[in-house]
Design a protein around this ligand. Structure first.
Ligand SMILES: Nc1ncnc2c1ncn2[C@@H]1O[C@H](COP(=O)(O)OP(=O)(O)OP(=O)(O)O)[C@@H](O)[C@H]1O
Length: 358
């Protein structure tokens, strides 16, 4: 049974819905990441689950109960937002235990819960401090602790790490992942950060303009994007596209053909039977470009982006820019000509008109 189920949901801020007819089923213990560009409706969806915006149509079911019209407080949800509004005059312990005390929990039990949460989030040495005496990352951990203390079965996170610097973000990301493993609770997490999405999600939900574009594991969404939007939005560096047509060969082998490129396609990468002459876009990631002195293709280096241990090398194949990974310590120079092979395994093909995966 789904722990969280959205049925034909429509919600928005005025009368115009931000999304409509939205279906989503989340199993217990999943870590769902909602990923999409700014304004696509991620926060509105999260707020609809929490009961913080009006649902115009459809249903929100949590634990099998229809809670579409229930108060936020009755939904058994823990929420963590981007801006962690802690009570400045209360200590860390006071902040974490606040909602429990308000709910009438006996003081001894509150203390126990606060201790347990502090242990999990490594906040024990900080329990008597005030928020002003904490770093940004510590404050955000307190905000997570506050949600955790109520022991909800469902957590909603709205870009909880986006206000932190890169190093803290990486640390807290790891802690969240460990926390999820320890607690086994269901989590729905909004971000537009690729790395967060890829590393945290058990399943990714990619949204664009109020519509779910694809639902799948990070590997599925990265490896078999459902359409051109997902292909270009997910993965860094982005996928390179080349316009061309499909050609059926004599032995039933289908090839991609463009003025610059001819590539026999791996049938395993195609979802549908290819049509001879179909106008398509071929999508190539760094995974498909193998730099190799004996490779059949040659292109000039247009740009080198060092990443530390590796570098991304952008190759100009007659106007089509392809990204390749470079792991040698000595970087190639601009305009240097490199040879490479294009692997058809894992390549994506999209219909030129609809943008849908072929
Ligand atoms: N309080 C509000 N009142 C009116 N319109 C709003 C409100 N909040 C958001 N919107 C609009 O609803 C749409 C979806 O916004 P939403 O915040 O859900 O997107 P998002 O994907 O979370 O974006 P971001 O990544 O920038 O936070 C946008 O067009 C936005 O302008």
């Amino acid at each position: 049974m789904s722990h969280l189920e959205l049925r034909q949901l429509a919600a928005g801020h005025g009368r115009e819905p931000v999304f409509q007819g939205l279906d989503l089923a989340v199993a217990e213990g999943e870590f769902i990441v909602l990923l999409g560009p700014s304004g696509c409706g991620k926060s509105t969806l999260l707020h609809a689950i929490a009961g913080l915006v009006d649902v115009q149509q459809g249903q929100v079911l949590i634990g099998g109960r229809d809670l579409t019209d229930a108060d936020p407080a009755e939904r058994g949800i823990g929420m963590v937002f981007q801006s962690y509004a802690l009570y400045p005059t209360m200590t860390v312990a006071g902040n974490i235990g606040f909602a429990l005390r308000v709910a009438g929990m006996p003081a001894a039990e509150v203390t126990q819960r606060v201790q347990r949460v502090a242990r999990v989030l490594q906040l024990e040495p900080l329990l008597q401090r005030k928020p002003a005496q904490l770093s940004g990352g510590q404050r955000q951990r307190v905000a997570i602790g506050r949600a955790l203390a109520r022991e909800p079965a469902l957590f909603l996170f709205d870009e909880p790490l986006s206000n932190l610097d890169a190093q803290l973000r990486t640390e807290l990301r790891r802690e969240l992942k460990l926390l999820h493993r320890q607690l086994g609770s269901t989590m729905v997490y909004v971000t537009h950060d690729q790395v967060e999405a890829m590393t945290l999600a058990t399943r990714l939900v990619v949204m664009h303009e109020g519509r779910i574009q694809q639902i799948g594991t990070p590997a599925e969404v990265y490896g078999r994007p459902a359409n051109r939007f997902v292909a270009s939005f997910v993965g860094s560096p982005g996928m390179a596209f080349e316009a061309g047509t499909l050609r059926a060969g004599p032995q039933g082998q289908t090839s991609f053909v463009s003025p610059r490129l001819q590539l026999p396609l791996d049938p395993a990468t195609l979802d549908h039977a290819p049509r001879d002459g179909q106008a398509v876009h071929l999508g190539l990631r760094t995974d498909q470009i193998r730099l190799h002195p004996d490779g059949p293709h040659e292109a000039a280096v247009q740009l080198v982006e060092p990443l530390g241990g590796q570098a991304v090398v952008w190759l100009d194949l007659g106007g089509c820019l392809l990204a390749a990974l470079w792991s040698d310590a000595v970087l190639p120079t601009l305009d240097q000509r490199l040879r490479f092979t294009i692997l058809s395994a894992g390549a994506s093909v999209f219909d030129a008109t609809t943008g849908q995966r072929c």
